[in-house]
Structure formats: structure tokens, C-alpha cells
Design a protein around this ligand. Sequence first.
Ligand code: SIN
Ligand code: MN
Length: 265
Amino acid sequence: MWSQQQLAQYHNDGFLACPGLFNTDELAPLNSIADEYCQHYRDHEALSGDDDKRVHWIRERSGAVRSLFAMHRQVEPYRQLLRSPKIAGPMKQIFAADGYVYHSKLNVKDAFEGAVWLWHQDYGYWQHDGVDDRMSSVLVMLDDTTIHGGCLLMVPGSHRWDMLDHHSDEKTTNYKQWCVTTDALHANLRDDSQIVPVTGKAGDVWFFDCRVLHGSGHNLSPNQRKSLIFACAHIDNRPKPVANPRPDWVVDQEFEPFTTEIKLT
Ligand code: SIN
Ligand code: MN
């Protein structure tokens, strides 16, 4: 569980780094399953799709796997990781209530191939799914993560900004990205020193608010960079009906609390 000071820092900056939460033995099954899936879907004839296990994949133009969605629903070590008190504890503190997984994804940036995620606020997407902003994500580094490996970049305090204008970018990558407009970036991100790189070792964990501005560059390094992200919502924050609901591999419809074992004092 976090101290009051850690919780206050999370709320102030919009994110909190928790180094060394998981060790190599704990990460080994997650990594080997990820490798199996990546090998299986690499150069698959479809650019994206669902398999019979309800894992949805998307690929880079090069053929490399970019993301695997909803692994926590099918793959036991992923399901268990989420329930670890090291993740479920702080999440319950952030919400001061139980939480469920809104969606999860394993972002794989293969050496030299993993491509950019343009600047965005996650709630820029999710505000159209009928949820409110009581949402937070947890990122678990499955590999050591460096700046030249295309680490995530975050802007502290940006969760307190108004929501920035987003638009759909269909050109930059194979996967349509909902990202902040260049005008909104110029107006708000004026100084390079506002940007914090999310670097660290495999097993480091970062929690971040759904309104924090973030993005990441291409992986120019010779090493793979895998990050597992669980996007979580306050248990009372279920999506209300919207005109164009997204599929359940991105907006989960199970709402099962993963935090029930955690006792808040
Ligand atoms: C994200 O914003 O969803 C993740 C970007 C990344 O993995 O670099
Ligand atoms: Mn994001």
C-alpha cells in the first residue's frame, strides 16, 4: 500500500513511479507467454483481429505485433498480476473504492520496429465511451525501458488541464490513433522541460491518471520494449450507452472488481 505522501504525489503529478515491484521470477511467465503470442501473430495475414481466446492483436506495418489486448481475461498469470496487492492496493487507494479493468493491453515495441504513440490523454478516447474520468492506469515494464527504446513520455500536472482537442490520425501508424491536435500541443506543451521520460527496469511499475498527457517515440534501440497496461475504472463508473459503442476487447463489459481482497484502513 502507498503512504499518504505517495498518494499525494500521485494526485499532484498525475502519476507515480514505483521501482522494483516485480522480480525476474515473477515476470518470467508473463514474458514467455508474450513471446509465444508475438511469434504466433507476427506476419499474420490480417493486420488485426481476434482469436478464439478473445485476445485481440494489432500489428505494425512491418509485421511485428504492436499490441495484444485483454490478456488479463484469458491468461492466468496476467489475471493474477492484476490482483497482486502491489497493483490492486494502490488502485483501491486511488479510487478510495473498488475498481474493475476497463481494458488492458500489452504494448510490444520490437527492436527497430516498434512505432510511435502520438501525444494523447487516455480520457480523450474514453470520454466518448460513456464513462467519467474516475480512471487510472498501471503500467508494468516487462523489459528494461530506455529513452532510445521509445519509452513513454509524460507531462506532470497535465491531468489538471482541460481536456485537449483530439483528432483521429490514420496515417502515422497501422493503427488509428486518437491524438492531440498540433494546435493544442503548441498551445499547451511549450517547453521541453515539461516532459518526463518513463524509463526504468523490468519490474518497475508506474501508475497514471487518465487525463495525463503522454506519448512515445519509435523504438530505435536493438532491444524489445514491452509494457503491460491495465486501464482501470472506479467500480461505479460503468460506461453509459453511447451512439457508437466500441468492441469489448477495448471497453470491457465484465466489471468484475479485482480489488476486493484489499482492505483500506
Ligand atoms: C499508450 O499510451 O497506450 C501506450 C503508449 C506506449 O506504450 O508507449
Ligand atoms: Mn495512452
